[in-house]
Write a protein that binds this ligand. Structure first.
Ligand SMILES: [Zn+2]
Length: 441
């Protein structure tokens, strides 16, 4: 087949630097014939060359042509395949415009499919979801050595997971990313690649919550501004972004509630906010907190409850303040000041939490965990708590039941009807038949 020989002339090469300077070199192959990425042949031997860019190279009408094709294996293979198809078509006498140079086979290239998939996500999901998906598919492409989506099999998915573990990601994160890639593949007609045992396993940890003692010491170490901010975190159960974008008109002082709702860009305000999953919700606040908020509102010059601090260099740059991104910093600083740090954590900069405000035990979402767990413990039903948290699925709220169980279950075990069978009063009082039989016989 002449056309096949023709198309085989598209080579993948890499522009690398060795002792003599920059040069093109053919990519090295593994014994099974697949490309050994980041390895090239120089003087007939394979050498590791992580630097430089990949190119495809072919001959057209007797002239050598090269084109840069980036550094992502699946993209490189896709480009090579496209060029081969173009040459095949040309050899067969079919004229194809450069821009239409799609392969004649029905093979769907991963790069194209991903582009289309992300376009749909961008239209239908929030920006944060889009960037999450886009990053995830990028990692998938990096882990792949195939260009066509139809060729993806179980091994590729296992390689993807191995690649993520190598990047230091946790089993939980690996599972989430695998779910995203599987949904991408499913949309493109590739389903059920993994069986049950192929998925990462991990134990879902109980959500961490602050102890009453920690909360007391934490709030004692707060300034009055900080006190209000973190009381709000604790009693609203709001996410960081929800607190950041809370405005005074979100609070209904008459009914004692605070709303999470959408905020648009206006002439006076250059930021916007979209609640997660576009869900508007309302959370009741305790009276003591409402009183404090009322006082704070009187002296506030901002539309926001907790605007960023005005910058000393430009005090008038943002009249009314901007949403703050400093809450986490405050939280860690207060914990450090209160002497609550565990003393064991080390951050990326190599600081130890015994001597720096960087304890992993203190973070904003932990107030939300505490809010949920304590409400469940005090007997608020799970549906109500779920509504307050703005969860789409009650299963997410059920996570908090485990940590709420501790004291709640003990109380029920100690005070319940069954336990009363052991109490002195119970011995005098007539018992339900079955309990009497099983416990007093
Ligand atoms: Zn610590």
């Amino acid at each position: 087949m002449a056309s096949k020989t023709y198309s085989e002339r598209v080579n993948i090469i890499k522009y690398v630097k060795d002792a003599k300077g920059w040069r093109f070199a053919p990519v090295a192959k593994r014994p099974n014939g697949s490309i050994h990425w980041d390895h090239v042949l120089i003087g007939g031997t394979a050498q590791a060359h992580p630097e430089g860019k990949y190119f495809i190279e072919w001959r057209e009408d007797g002239v050598r042509r090269r084109r840069s094709v980036g550094s992502i294996p699946s993209d490189i293979l896709a480009e090579a395949q496209r060029q081969r198809a173009l040459l095949d078509a040309k050899a067969a006498g079919i004229e194809i415009a450069e821009s239409e140079s799609v392969p004649p086979t029905r093979q769907l290239l991963i790069a194209d499919a991903a582009e289309r998939f992300l376009r749909d996500i961008k239209m239908n999901k929030e920006p944060s979801t889009f960037s999450h998906y886009s990053h995830c598919l990028g990692l998938f492409k990096q882990s792949l050595t195939k260009a066509s989506i139809d060729a993806i099999d179980r091994d590729d998915m296992m390689d993807f997971q191995a690649y993520l573990y190598k990047l230091g990601l946790s089993p939980r994160t690996v599972k989430h990313k695998t779910v995203i890639v599987m949904s991408f593949l499913k949309v493109n007609g590739v389903g059920k690649l993994l069986s049950k045992g192929d998925w990462p396993t991990y134990t879902e940890l109980d959500p961490e919550i602050y102890t009453p003692d920690e909360l007391q010491k934490f709030f004692e170490a707060c300034t009055s501004d900080e006190f209000l901010l973190f009381q709000f975190f604790l009693h609203s159960g709001f996410r960081d972004a929800e607190v950041r974008h809370a405005v005074w008109t979100d609070i209904d002082f008459a009914h004692g509630t605070v709303k999470v709702k959408r905020k648009e860009v206006t002439k006076a305000q250059d930021w916007q906010f979209q609640p997660k999953s576009k869900r508007v919700r309302e959370v009741p606040l305790p009276d003591v907190l409402l009183e404090l908020l009322k006082e704070a509102k009187k002296v506030s010059t901002s539309r926001l409850l907790f605007p960023s601090k005005t910058h000393w260099k430009a005090p008038n740059a943002h009249p009314g303040g901007k949403p703050s991104d400093e809450f986490l910093e405050y939280c860690k600083a207060i914990a450090y000041r209160a002497g609550l740090n565990c003393g064991d954590c080390e951050n990326a900069a190599g600081e130890i939490c015994a001597a720096a405000p960087c304890c992993n035990g203190f973070f904003l979402h932990k107030f939300r965990h505490t809010f949920a767990t304590l409400h469940l413990q005090s007997g608020v039903d799970i549906l109500t708590v779920s509504t307050w948290l703005g969860h789409k699925d009650i299963k997410t709220t059920m996570r908090y039941l485990t940590s709420a169980r501790g004291t709640d279950v003990r109380k029920k075990v100690n005070d319940g009807l069954l336990a009363s069978a052991f109490s002195p009063q119970a011995r005098q009082a007539p018992l339900p038949d079955q309990i009497a039989q099983t416990t007093l016989s």
